[in-house]
Design a protein around this ligand. Sequence first.
Ligand code: 13P
Length: 258
Amino acid sequence: MRQKIVAGNWKMNKDFEDAEVLLDDIYNAQLKYKGDVQVIVCPPTLYLELATDYANDEEMDEAPFGVGAQNVSEYVKGAYTGEISAQMLASMGITHCIVGHSERRKYFGETDKIIAEKINLLLSYSMQPIYCCGEVLEEREAGKHIEVVAKQIQSALFHLTPEEFSNIIIAYEPVWAIGTGKNATPEQAQEMHDIIRKLILEKYGNEVANDTSILYGGSCNAKNARELFAMPDVDGGLIGGASLIAEDFLKIRDSFVD
Ligand code: 13P
């Protein structure tokens, strides 16, 4: 079944004390939550253990939220100073990992080939990749956005078997909308999500396509989430700035129209 998801990508923000406050607020809200939206928090690597301590609360039948890393190494293990492996993340109880974020593509030279390696490793340790794709402004203005996103999806994901692919969460994040305060309109988001779902349908069939959660990211906030999430192919959001304030993040969680 297709899952509604709101995931927070904290990026490189918060010191330890502030991270604890934010996690505590989200945890307490999730304790009382009765809805069907899956919440995932993706704090900086250093705070993942703190997040899994909250998530693995034994008093709850189900984890109050999923915990996602923001990055993973493309290498298995060994002499890669500073890197964190998929095995390490899995051994810490991490459930998700963001891959292919435009900031990693831009500042850290990540290619679709590297991203595909990361995805393979995550899947081999039963973690769910949150795969980000999206065009830059020039590509949209040149009318190439569909071509660009289709290529990103195909080259990073379409080597997977249907069983493997069914663990993928997709986040469409137009680069021009990230951190700019200028979100895609609901129609622009819907158009791309529909195209992505059709690509999945052609490759993997109706059931996989129907069950894949496709999130929107890029200046999604407590004010605009409702109209974005009202679109039939928008299954939630990958939230940057607004995920740093518990109240806003939780409002976004509650922005689905039944
Ligand atoms: P903003 O919500 O800050 O635009 O960031 C979106 C994003 O990049 C989430 O991964």
